[in-house]
Ligand binder design. Structure first.
Ligand code: SF4
Ligand code: SF4
Length: 370
């Protein structure tokens, strides 16, 4: 389970997969509501909760939520950008029951990292936080989202994560939903960058084997086959948004026209088993051709529904990343970075007022890519 505790965040990453229309603090589930959700999740068979956002440490009740997750028997992973933490708060969170910390870095280069996250001195603070995590004896995963503007630094990012004492490093190429889709031209790497980065990641994985595990998530747009997204829609994962909507994938709200139930309206178990949105793409029966008759359908499950919607307007289409999709040209046409070193300036993630000044509803993706 991914618990998106808030959309508030001191960083403004241009690839953040939070919705374009972020939820306000006043809309967020309260402490008791989250405590109840954790209890329901455990009863449903959930084993792990990822405490994320936005920035989960922006919530002053995080210690209570961690304690509630622990009391419900859920292994909890704090996914944080780090910059709001003090050593005292981290120790308090550990005392409350945090099992694992996942810390994001925007780059190995401090100046570029702070530019990407639009957060002054953010990188330096993250390095300090990593030190405290290790001092306190908590397991640490470092994660880095990579794109045109930092993909050439993978070697240095790996070295940084090792220096910080990470047990695991996750390097993930940007997925183009939400804010990343808005910034596609600034983030899209060149094919040469992608090929170089893949080779560097492969060598690093060998070099650090047994000392630090390295996951490298390849960029969809340069693949021939789609990813096995979420290990299947409604199969083993759900996300709860800050205002309580339950999603089969953290980006599922980008599929406009699809309604998702809220824990404020229905029990979690009812949503998991009965909600039309959860059942829409469960299993293999929903598949169109060419997936229906394809020998790879059980392996990749037809790819990503959010990506299919983003590119074709039909969430039930074959993911156009697949070279067998009749709409594959929509991907190859976009996997072309603009000329110049960096492309256009970022459109940074921020709260966007809806037309007329009303507080917007959520119409975008879920958890930050961090
Ligand atoms: S046609 Fe469908 S099932 Fe076959 S490889 Fe492509 S996405 Fe996968
Ligand atoms: S990606 Fe993570 S750190 Fe960056 S703005 Fe989004 S929630 Fe914050």
């Amino acid at each position: 389970m991914l618990a998106e505790l808030t959309h508030r965040c001191p960083l403004q990453c241009p690839y953040c997969s939070n919705p374009i229309a972020l939820s306000r603090r006043s809309e967020e589930l309260g402490t008791e509501e989250w405590v109840d959700v954790f209890g329901q999740a455990a009863a449903l068979g959930v084993l792990q909760v990822h405490l994320s956002g936005g920035e989960p440490t922006a919530r002053s009740d995080l210690e209570d939520l961690v304690a509630a997750a622990r009391a419900a028997g859920l292994y909890n992973n704090l996914i944080t950008a780090g910059v709001l933490l003090t050593r005292e708060r981290l120790a308090a969170l550990q005392a409350a029951g945090v099992d694992h910390v996942q810390l994001s870095v925007q780059d190995s280069d401090p100046v570029n990292a702070d530019r990407i996250g639009n957060c002054r001195d953010g990188h330096a603070r993250k390095l300090e936080v990593a030190g405290w995590v290790r001092e306190l004896g908590l397991p640490l995963t470092v994660n880095a989202v990579v794109h045109r503007q930092n993909l050439d630094h993978i070697e240095e990012i790996v070295a940084l994560a090792h220096r910080l004492g990470a047990h695991r490093l996750e390097i993930a190429n940007v997925q183009y939903y939400g804010w990343a889709l808005e910034n596609l031209s600034a983030l899209m790497p060149t094919r040469e960058q992608v090929e170089r980065a893949g080779a560097v990641a492969e060598r690093a994985r060998e070099r650090y084997r047994g000392r630090m595990s390295i996951d490298y998530v390849v960029p969809d747009y340069f693949a021939r086959r789609p990813k096995r997204c979420m290990d299947g829609w409604g199969s083993r994962f759900f996300a709860v948004t800050p205002r309580g909507r339950v999603l089969p994938c953290h980006a599922a709200e980008t599929i406009t026209g699809m309604a998702f139930s809220s824990v404020r309206e229905r029990p979690l178990a009812w949503i998991w088993h009965n909600d039309a949105a959860f059942n829409r793409f469960r299993g293999l029966d929903w598949m169109p051709e060419p997936c229906r008759g394809c020998e790879h359908r059980e392996r990749d499950l037809g790819g990503c529904r959010c990506q299919a919607f983003a590119l074709t307007g039909d969430a039930g289409a074959t993911d156009p990343v697949c070279e067998r999709s009749p709409l594959h040209h929509l991907v190859t046409g976009r996997a072309v970075p603009p000329p110049g070193a960096d492309g256009p300036a970022f459109r940074y993630r921020r709260f966007v007022a809806a037309p007329g000044g009303a507080v917007p509803g959520t119409t975008g993706a879920g958890s930050g890519q961090h």
